[in-house]
Design a binder for this molecule. Sequence first.
Ligand SMILES: [Zn+2]
Length: 86
Amino acid sequence: MEAMSGHDEIECRQIAELLADYLDGSLPQPTSELIEWHIESCAPCVAFVNTYRGTIDAARKLREVEIPSELRQRLLTVLRAQRRSE
Ligand SMILES: [Zn+2]
């Protein structure tokens, strides 16, 4: 780890916390720039962002795909069974 350079550095932990807002575009410009600057020089965060984006895409695709009612019924049954066993 390099010595602290004094200005507002952002940590990986904060990237994780702010990422949803960052991708939404709801963060103030300076904060977005800090995140971009951090991600450019941090491989773990690049991987994290890619995974996060991939998850969103997968969720979107899932919503687009129509689930056959038989399968949905089966899923609901499994979910209810899980809830009951808690
Ligand atoms: Zn990082």
